[in-house]
Design a protein around this ligand. Structure first.
Ligand code: C2O
Length: 538
């Protein structure tokens, strides 16, 4: 992969963007389960860059994970780094993206892991497979926007459009020709591989007059279910089957995506659209008018809760759900927005004139100046990070329907250390009251099982009785519901340093992120090997 500059025009604005191989969005990585993947990334731009293989388990290959200052120092201008990892036990759709600052805005692409050669899908063989990637387009450099968000302490300026495969679509000004078109034949089954690479918004998606059958999420098969509308958070992937109508005249159907965003209303709520077009062999058939889909209202928290509950692991003998049935360590984390004192000489736009921040257990994570994984591996934590990440919130949290009055955060570079093969239960409690959006929490290095979710306060005496330990969905990114909680379980069987963060980039930048350190196990095959010789230096 060459990271280079590339001129792109959208919405009548031409901008020199950072790209991979001069493509926007970037090229797909297509491989099979079990393949070893070797990608040399050459940096030909003036920004520092890293690439993350989002959702790839990276079993004992943490040096190839990619988050800047967590597993590696960035690849500097003129330098290169070779990512080397094996795709074990996963098949389906994931994504790769830049993992430094907001460079994911333009540096992203699909990862398609096909089943092993002699294996087939546990659903009808599709006639065709189509990746559909959501993203955002900025008329200005997104780096300028992040700096504004961090310095003024206000919300970020929003992107200028959402996109489908890099195209904003016909509902935006000056964008008609930049519309994604999917041409289909009647009576066929298409596998659509949805990826949300947008920076800051969960999206609703629908195709007029068509039902979608969800078959996979985050590269794990699920029990198939039908829906007219998808919700997909940044970092999530969803495979669906689309059965086209058996025989249909010359018709076009609009497909559309729009943010599920609640809260202040200062965010963009416009819609990206594409066209599903039936190819009829005859041209003289009368053209029907464009059919349009309906999407849930903005702030449709009830829809979101129902939709996310529909996801269940396949949990059969071929694809079992290895849900940890017992737990070694339980953690309770609050996640949400908070505030920092406003620096002097600045006007801050956060609550009561403070500066917006975001935290996990009231700790706003500060990135170190060298990579944590190196510091950990070589026993050089001193001055880089501390291992005292709080196991409970620093400020006790109680949902009363109004925002907690103490949302001040402390800054720190704190990690939470687990011994090898610890079975972990983690309850994530959202503190953003008054209907802000959910936080799509992403865990690197693992899939986790979503064993429970609910609104209001998590109740440790009652809620665990309702946990699903049989067929919970297994994924790498799941939304902590607005004003609610999410309970997950995972087995810490992968030694290394693993980032966990909100996949809304503005929340990550504000500090809603923390690292887990998983220690080596006693056996040789339970240890992280030493780093490759070309690992970038800071
Ligand atoms: Cu998709 Cu830490 O990222």
């Amino acid at each position: 992969m060459k990271i280079n500059y590339h001129n792109v025009t959208r919405l009548c604005h031409t901008r020199r963007i950072l790209s991979v191989n001069g493509q926007f969005p970037g090229p797909p990585l297509i491989a099979r389960e079990g393949d070893q993947v070797v990608v040399k990334v050459n940096n030909h731009v003036s920004n520092n860059v890293t690439i993350h293989w989002h959702g790839v388990r990276q079993l004992r290959s943490g040096w190839a994970d990619g988050p800047a200052y967590i597993t590696q120092c960035p690849i500097q201008t003129g330098q290169s780094y070779t990512y080397n990892f094996t795709l074990t036990g996963q098949r389906g759709t994931l994504l790769w993206h830049a993992h430094i600052s907001w460079l994911r805005a333009t540096i992203y692409g699909p990862i398609i892991i096909l089943p092993r050669r002699n294996e087939s899908y546990p659903f009808q063989k599709p006639y065709k497979e189509v990746p559909i990637m959501f993203g955002e387009w900025f008329n200005v450099n997104p780096e300028a926007i992040i700096n504004q968000a961090l310095q003024t302490g206000g919300g970020p300026n929003v992107s200028d459009s959402y996109c489908i495969n890099g195209l904003p679509g016909p509902l935006y000004n000056c964008s008609k020709k930049d519309t994604f078109k999917l041409k289909v034949k009647p009576g066929k089954t298409y596998l659509l591989r949805f990826i949300n690479a947008a920076l800051n918004d969960e999206l609703f998606f629908s195709i007029a007059n068509h039902t979608l059958t969800v078959v996979e999420a985050d590269a794990v098969y699920v029990k198939p279910f039908d829906t007219d509308i998808l919700l997909i958070a940044p970092g999530q992937t969803t495979n669906v089957l689309l059965k086209t109508k058996p025989d249909f005249p010359n018709a076009t159907f609009l497909m559309a995506a729009r943010p599920y965003f609640t809260g202040s209303g200062t965010f963009d709520n416009s819609t990206t659209a594409g066209i599903l077009k039936y190819k009829h062999p005859s041209n003289n058939i009368k053209k029907l008018p464009l059919f349009k889909p309906t999407l849930p209202a903005i702030n449709a928290t009830g829809f979101v809760a129902n939709f996310t509950r529909k996801f269940r692991s396949l949990a059969n003998s071929q694809f079992p759900a290895n849900v940890p049935q017992t737990v070694d360590r339980k953690f309770f984390f609050t996640v949400g927005l908070g505030s920092n004192p406003c620096p002097s000489n600045t006007t801050c736009q956060g609550p009561n004139g403070t500066k917006f921040a975001a935290s996990v257990n009231n700790v706003s994570f500060a990135l170190p100046s060298v990579a944590l994984l190196q510091a950990h591996f070589f026993g050089q934590a001193n001055g880089i990070y501390t291992s005292d990440f709080p196991e409970q919130p620093l400020t006790p949290f109680n949902y009363t329907g109004s925002p907690p009055n103490n949302t001040m955060v402390t800054n720190g570079t704190k990690a939470l250390v687990l011994s090898f093969n610890t079975s972990v239960e983690l309850v994530l409690q959202d503190t953003s009251i008054n209907g802000a959006e959910s936080h799509p929490l992403h865990l690197h290095g693992f899939n986790f099982f979503v064993v429970g979710q609910g609104f209001g306060n998590y109740d440790p005496t009652k809620d665990p009785a309702n946990f699903n330990l049989k067929d919970p969905v297994e994924r790498n990114t799941a939304g902590v519901p607005a004003g609610g909680w999410l309970a997950i379980r995972f087995l810490a069987d992968n030694p290394g340093v693993w980032f966990m963060h909100c996949h809304l980039d503005v929340h990550t930048s504000w500090g809603l992120r923390m690292p887990w350190i998983v220690l080596d196990g006693p056996q040789p095959n339970q240890k992280l090997p030493p780093p490759p010789s070309d690992l970038p230096k800071c």
